[in-house]
Design a protein around this ligand. Structure first.
Ligand code: 3HC
Length: 286
């Protein structure tokens, strides 16, 4: 199956950039959200980003205009998915909400459409049985910022068909990204598990007074060549998202080692979620 029209459900940080990445790669995209304000914010963000790409010389004005013409924003789920070959759900990380979205997607999307979730937390088997097409359900896990990061994890659930995996792999490649295929579901998938190991050590080092947040991040960037340190990355991804991933891993495995570190719990409880709230481990002016 060739995917020419993608619907993205959720216009937050991830959803809007996944939609923009599709439009820039030549794929027709519709981004849907229940809130008109969220949809307007996503559209404004896209306009600003495309203008910036043109100013920076990364895109021609014609290519930017053509990307703009390929993407629409809507609050109607029916309009968004009615002609989609692939739906990527990037809504809130609440399982009951995701399950009800998947039931509605199953009713509204064409029979051939693949239904993927961008969840960092839940394997698609947690939503596949809310549809009548579990063979066409899988995870497509993008990384923040989705316009920049070059990998997408494709995670099979026990019922995902080979055709589904082949079709989403082709989409990932069409987006100019590298597919990372997981043959089975595991909490945290691959990249977040690698990241969690570094993050846990960083929190332990800071918590035991060995070094400051800034110095630990400097060790990661200047000594190890990471693009950003673990604390700056938590602020980028969101302290809330980071906390939720750990908490869900604990709930899935029952392993106390998966519990969020007390310092992460403290930061989460303070409501300082990182860049999105203007303050996390660091402060942000805008
Ligand atoms: N949105 C879109 N584009 C962005 C961006 C954003 N939020 N932030 C940076 N960029 C673009 C810039 O426009 C620039 O593009 P250009 O070179 O084509 O002009 C390019 O990225 C580099 O940006 P900067 O020069 O401003 O800054 P850096 O070189 O420091 O790069 C970074 C910023 C790309 C965020 C880099 O620091 C990085 O790769 N950090 C690690 C990010 C990471 O690990 N992400 C994965 C998180 S885990 C996750 O998402 C999983 C989920 O389940 C939680």
């Amino acid at each position: 199956m060739t995917v020419t029209h993608i619907a993205v459900i959720g216009s937050g940080t991830m959803g809007r950039q996944i939609g923009m990445a599709c439009a820039v790669a030549g794929i027709t995209a519709t981004v849907q959200d229940i809130s008109a304000d969220a949809v307007d914010a996503a559209r404004d963000d896209m306009d600003t980003w495309l203008d910036g790409r043109v100013t920076k010389g990364r895109l021609t004005a014609e290519d930017a205009a053509s990307a703009r013409s390929r993407i629409t924003f809507t609050t109607s789920l029916e309009d968004a998915v009615g002609h989609a070959d692939l739906v990527i759900e990037a809504a809130t990380e609440k399982l009951d909400i995701k399950r009800s979205i998947f039931t509605r997607l199953d009713a509204l999307a064409p029979d051939h459409a693949i239904l993927a979730t961008n969840s960092s937390t839940y394997g698609s088997s947690a939503v596949a049985d809310a549809t009548g097409r579990p063979d066409k359900v899988c995870n497509m896990h993008f990384f923040n910022p989705a316009l920049v990061m070059k990998a997408v994890e494709i995670v099979r659930n026990p019922q995902t068909s080979d055709d589904t995996v082949a079709a989403v792999t082709a989409v990932v490649e069409a987006l100019g990204k590298k597919p990372v295929l997981l043959a089975k579901e595991t909490p945290g998938f691959v990249a977040n598990r690698l990241l969690n190991a570094v993050r846990t050590e960083a929190l332990k080092l800071y918590g035991s007074g060995v070094a400051s947040v800034e110095d630990i991040d400097t060790a990661a960037t200047a000594a190890l060549g990471y693009p950003m340190g673990p604390f700056a990355l938590m602020d980028l991804v969101g302290i809330d998202v980071t906390y939720d991933i750990r908490q869900a891993s604990y709930e899935m495995t029952g392993d106390p080692a998966e519990l969020p570190h007390p310092l992460l719990v403290e930061k989460y409880s303070s409501g300082d979620y990182g860049r999105k709230t203007g303050k996390g481990w660091y402060s942000y002016d805008d």
